[in-house]
Write a new protein. Sequence first.
Length: 418
Amino acid sequence: MSQTSTSQLGASAIAPPALPSQHTRPVPALHHLEPEKPEESSSEDLNYPNLPPFPSDIPTAPLLRISLAKLLSNNSTEITNLWNASRDLGFFYLDLRSPPSSSTAKRDSAHEPSEHSIDGPALLSSAEKLFGLGEKLFKLPTEEKQRYDFKDQGSYFGYKGIGAGVVDAQGTKDRNEFYNVSKDDILGISEPLPAPAMLSSEDTRERLKGFMEGSHAIVSFILGLLNDKLGLPEGKLQSLHRLKEVSGDQVRWVSAPPQPQNDQQKALGEHTDFGSITLLHNRLGGLQVLPPASPSSPKPEWTYVLPLRHHIIVNLGDALVKLTAGVLRSNIHRVVSPPGEQGKETRMSLVYFARPEDEVVLRRLEGSGVIDEKAKETGEEQGEEITAKEWILRRALGRRAGGDWKASAGTEGERFKH
């Protein structure tokens, strides 16, 4: 998912898992009051074909499974599930198996309704095509890909090679490569950046445009539901995330090759995401979350997130933490080698990162009794005032090799005490 960390965990925290037996594991329960239909709970249907299954005897995080169709139908139980997941862990599954909706309610600001419908199946189909494109992209010669590394130009868009980022303060190199494509570039808001020929064609840019518009429609819809629960003025959160305004929104392909059994390290270090909402399309294990401490679990352990077909993994980022005084949660996560037989596969991910518009100042929003009460409860002060653009650039480049590690710190810094 995104890219920051301040925690220094010992070697035991990142030890590679033992190879377990390969059996189909039960999927996380749907958090609905009414009985499930058999076809909705089919384990086989939620496994990815042509890939090894996730090991059945490895514990996984009990993320809520939330139905997009139920949210669109204004199901109060499902909206409450979304609200609880956004406050308690900041991670949840979103089941995209829903009919398309042309309703514009609660999507962009009340004064600027969205022109793009929410269509879960279409987004899944688009992601499938982009996975194929990403595989071709990473097969380009390394020298060709490195031509599009724009770090020295102060940009986090373009290519980052394996080992060009770090996973801890000691400078341990990462084990993934990725390619970031700017929303502003694809939508014609900014000048197009140089890119490999396969990303510059009209067909590819149209495909990326559709994926970005579909992803942003879901993001804006979720923001609207959260806006209502926070009691903010109508359309406030959406007005900070308008599709056609300049922002750091991007699509990212990530590729992490198999690691040797005797030398498995983190592909991506523990971190919280920079922006507001992340939509992750992922097929293999490797993503882990660190649940918050509780009286029953004062020392929580890293736990795998089970990939589910037809679903995306949604997580909230630090921008929403700052805007809501911590009412909404941005949870720490990392990426390690997939367990079991999955570890022999290249781990590919496709991500849409939604971030506030560049000039939005990341400070506590006014007009919400829920936010005011949280600030009073925690003694939270406004602190540093920084724009979204400055915040994201500082954190993104801080994680590159030779960057300023301390500058990459996010809200997770308060949760690890060394």
